[in-house]
Design a protein around this ligand. Structure first.
Ligand code: NAD
Length: 499
């Protein structure tokens, strides 16, 4: 019998009145392991009503109490990491260590939220006019909906909810349909941590649920992370419905490899970044721009590392890379490799035919290295989101940076070089939000926020950390005067400030 996966509303599991059921697969076996109940409009209405009611009380809860709950939640996430990681692996397919890694990085936002008192401090200026003072406070926006992608079932929601909740909002999480279970475990942990019922809710389903949340008058802000076409839809609809929106989109991260760099060091890091989590990371590294003829040598060195990657069921000991998310994803990735080959790319390493013993029906694509890929090839210029490294060639740094900056996306970019001058020029010239210097995946650190440029982020703020505090709060400036104080001035009709 398959498992039923439902919602979490008002501090308890909630089955509601589903519109339909969605199969949840195990990508390593290709088997259906659960049925997700897709929420109806009535379920969304219920979740929003519950969240609104809970938010009223939660916003008035002392910072001391909110902080204590965040500390408790942090401890619970540490204690339950194994359970969370197994839920991630069984639905996403990534290897267990990688799942533990994403929980750790998600937990770093909880660490940040434990210091919310400092992050929410306002400003105060006295005597801006005679006897007149001004101070600023940040207040919660209200009810926040978080719409998340499949590839980080714990970390990406944790970029959102700890900061949204710690700043006094209620939160409704819409997890991705292939990977919903970890969100329900997180909901249980919040309850155990003492968070009042209704402050954190999970409503599962598909496009209709997202649309219902975006159009709901009771939702004040939307945090979205996913692919660029959907990010655009969410941002446009969200703004049209009067919401505050941040929408992080897709990526096609490039690394420039300069001829002066330590090529062996670069190859090792590029291999890990291209093939980790089967390339299904927004900060994966699918493109290398090889400068001054280093492409073929680099391709061979990457291959030397990649052949040693153990691909298999992410729960098995020693596995370093799992399957891709679905049969459709596998077909799409293989199709892009076929097309690049037909356009003249050299297939240095080929993962198209990979089989894993005992898991014949899993969605496998092995590490693949394509050298000398034409810039017109969709394998290069689209987001491939699979374990494929495409290498394109440039003669000079100037040509390479132009290639990087011509990309539609600007999530992350990296350079491998030993030349400080080139590295400095790169960090200033590159059009990307997250930049690595001899670091292939400049991954998020909670107290610095995270986000891309161009088609990788729509909206004004990066996510989590200090930018998250801005997004989930509204600024208020309060000007005050006390007539009882000696020296208080008479009212005047003039706009001129009393000095
Ligand atoms: P996706 O865009 O298909 O789905 C994301 C969410 O949107 C899901 O919850 C889904 O149910 C919902 N959705 C799908 N179609 C919709 C529509 N038409 N209207 C409203 N909602 C809709 O993304 P995915 O395949 O789950 O995740 C992979 C993508 O996420 C990749 O493009 C990856 O780069 C991106 N991503 C980006 C970041 C980042 O920080 N920029 C981080 C992680 C993942």
């Amino acid at each position: 019998m398959t498992r039923i996966i439902s919602h979490w509303i008002d501090g308890a599991p909630h089955e509601g009145t589903p519109t339909h059921r969605i199969d949840v697969e195990d990508p390593a076996t290709g088997k259906v392991q659960g049925e997700l109940l897709a929420a109806s409009q009535a379920d969304v209405d219920h979740a929003v009503a519950v969240a609104r009611r809970a938010q009223n009380g939660w916003a008035k809860t002392s910072l001391a109490k909110r902080t204590a709950i965040m500390f408790k939640m942090r401890e619970l996430v540490l204690q339950h990491s194994d359970e969370l990681a197994k839920a991630i692996v069984s639905e996403h397919g990534k290897d267990y260590n990688d799942a533990i890694g994403e929980i750790q990085r998600g937990r770093e936002t909880l660490d940040f939220a434990c210091g919310i008192g400092a992050a929410l401090k306002g400003d105060y200026s006295f005597d801006v006019s005679s006897g007149v003072d001004i101070h600023s406070i940040r207040q919660p926006v209200g009810v926040v909906a978080g719409v998340c992608p499949f590839n980080f079932p714990v970390m990406v929601p944790m970029w959102m909810h700890p900061v949204a909740i710690a700043t006094g909002n209620a939160f409704i999480l819409k997890p991705a349909t292939p990977t919903p279970t970890a969100s329900l475990l997180v909901a249980k942990l919040y309850k155990e941590a003492g968070l009042p019922d209704g402050v954190f809710n999970v409503v599962a389903g598909d496009v209709e649920v997202v649309t219902a949340l975006i159009e709901h008058p009771g939702v004040d802000a939307i945090s979205f992370v996913g692919s660029t076409p959907v990010a655009r839809i969410v941002q446009e609809k969200g703004i049209a419905n009067g919401k505050r929106v941040q929408a992080l989109g897709g990526a096609n991260n490039h690394a420039i490899v300069m001829p002066d760099c330590d090529l062996e060091f670069a190859a090792q890091h590029i291999s890990a970044a291209a093939f980790g989590a089967a390339g299904e990371r927004c900060m994966a590294l699918p493109v290398v721009v090889a400068v001054g003829g280093v492409g073929p040598k680099l391709a061979e060195l990457v291959k030397e590392h990649a052949v040693n990657i153990t691909v298999g069921n992410g729960l098995d000991e020693g596995v370093q890379m799992g399957p891709v998310i679905s049969s459709a994803a596998k077909q799409r990735i293989v199709g892009l490799i076929d097309d690049a080959e037909q356009r003249g790319a050299t297939v240095v390493m080929d993962g198209r035919e990979l089989k894993v013993d005992g898991h014949e029906d899993g969605f496998w694509v092995g590490p693949t290295v394509l050298d000398d890929v034409p810039l017109e090839a969709p394998a290069y210029n689209q987001e491939i989101f699979g374990p494929v490294l495409t290498i394109v060639h440039a003669e000079t740094y100037a040509e390479a940076i132009n290639i990087v900056n011509a990309s539609e996306f600007g999530n992350g970019a990296a350079i491998f070089t030993n030349d400080g001058g080139i590295a400095r020029a790169f960090q200033l010239e590159v059009e990307a939000g997250m930049v690595g210097i001899n670091v292939p995946i400049p991954t998020p650190v909670a107290f610095y926020s995270f986000g891309g440029w161009k088609s990788s982020l729509m909206g004004d703020t990066h996510i989590h950390g200090p930018e998250g505090v801005k997004f989930y709060t509204r600024l208020k400036a309060i000007t005050s005067r006390w007539p009882s104080e000696s020296g208080a001035h008479e009212a005047t009709m003039s706009f001129k400030r009393e000095e």
